[in-house]
Design a protein around this ligand. Structure first.
Ligand code: ATP
Length: 321
């Protein structure tokens, strides 16, 4: 069966005694996408993934996984079409990479087909080391083998908890490239990370968590929309700095900051770069550059997780759909 949304989560909560691990989290995962669950340590990523896999029982809400409700009779049939890697990859060091995949195939009740295993090894870029034992692998290679193990049986959805954890930038890049290839192979991806940059380019959609709550959801553009400030950077020649300061002050634009010959100005909404240029020109100052800084997703992420109260206008604007 193929569904437009392999997974839908409706206000999901998990309480541990008086402590809230996950708080009213809702999202859905569109098919053939890479969706990121991103947040700092303790945000609730692992708990959410465990609830999706039926390893932790929610306190409230429900989860639809490949058309079945997690925890209800027969939902295990859906689980068989979901792969996962939570925490350390389940690798047997005494077996080669190929044997690990053969073992996993048998463990999930499949029949070993070497051409399937070769395809998986190529997908995770381990074909050249297939007959080596993973003991000598780098951390990145072990993570990629772990992902291959999660992909045994062609799951429709794979859930990966922090697959880039502890990897160097090259290892993170390899994991990112691998995740981008999975939808082409028919597998939708839910991946968690505490570093936005790690998954930023791989994910079509992302949900940013802080303190167990969603503080933003959507594409990069949706998360950034409404976060651009009305700020201008105006750069002038060194000799024009005093005249520029005077002109700005005379125009009541004195709430500005300066770094060398660059002025950082936050004018009223009705004043744009052209007005600033005209204002300076009438004072005999010709700016060498006037620009508006663009907020990066990283800035938005830090702002959202550090000031979660500013969250919900964004979350309401942009919903993973
Ligand atoms: P990390 O990146 O550190 O793994 P995370 O985003 O995956 O963080 P979770 O591990 O899901 O976060 O934890 C969410 C919150 O729930 C944390 O405050 C954590 O301390 C709490 N928590 C998780 N598991 C338990 C448990 N078994 N008992 C009590 N509290 C728990």
């Amino acid at each position: 069966m193929s569904l437009d949304r392999p997974c839908e989560v409706r206000p999901l909560s998990k309480r541990y005694g008086s402590h809230t691990g996950v708080d009213d989290l809702s999202f859905s995962i569109p098919r053939d996408q890479v969706v990121g669950l991103i947040g700092p340590n303790g945000a609730g990523k692992t708990t959410t993934m465990k609830m999706l896999l039926g390893l932790v029982r929610p306190t409230g809400g429900d989860i639809s996984l490949l058309g079945r409700t997690v925890g209800e009779p027969n939902w295990g049939a859906a689980l068989q079409r979901v792969g996962s890697m939570l925490e350390a990859p389940p690798i047997y060091d005494r077996l080669t990479a190929r044997q690990n995949l053969e073992y996993q195939t048998l463990a999930v009740g499949g029949t070993v087909d070497q051409s399937d295993i070769d395809t998986l090894l190529r997908l995770v870029d381990l074909a050249g080391r297939a007959d080596d034992r993973p003991r000598g692998y780098s951390l990145g290679m072990r993570q990629r083998l772990g992902i291959a193990i999660a992909l045994v049986g062609h799951p429709e959805l794979v859930i990966l908890d922090e697959p880039g954890n502890g990897l160097d930038p090259a290892g993170i890049l390899e994991i990112r490239q691998l995740m981008c290839r999975l939808p082409e192979a028919g597998t939708t991806v839910l991946v968690s990370s505490h570093q936005l940059a790690e998954v930023q380019q791989a994910c079509n959609q992302r949900s940013i968590l802080a303190n167990g709550r969603t503080v933003a959801q959507g594409t990069t553009e949706e998360i950034l929309s409404g976060r651009s400030q009305h700020v201008f950077h105006v750069t002038v020649d060194d000799g024009d700095v005093p005249a520029t300061a005077d002109a700005l002050r005379a125009a009541d634009l004195d709430a500005f900051d300066r770094a060398g010959s660059m002025f950082v100005i936050t004018p009223p909404a009705e004043i744009d770069g052209r007005d600033l240029n005209l204002l300076l020109a009438t004072s005999g100052v010709y700016a060498s550059a006037i620009s508006q800084p663009v907020a990066s997703l990283e800035d938005a992420f830090l702002d959202l997780v550090q000031h979660p109260s500013s969250e919900l206008d964004i979350a309401q604007k942009a919903t993973i759909s």
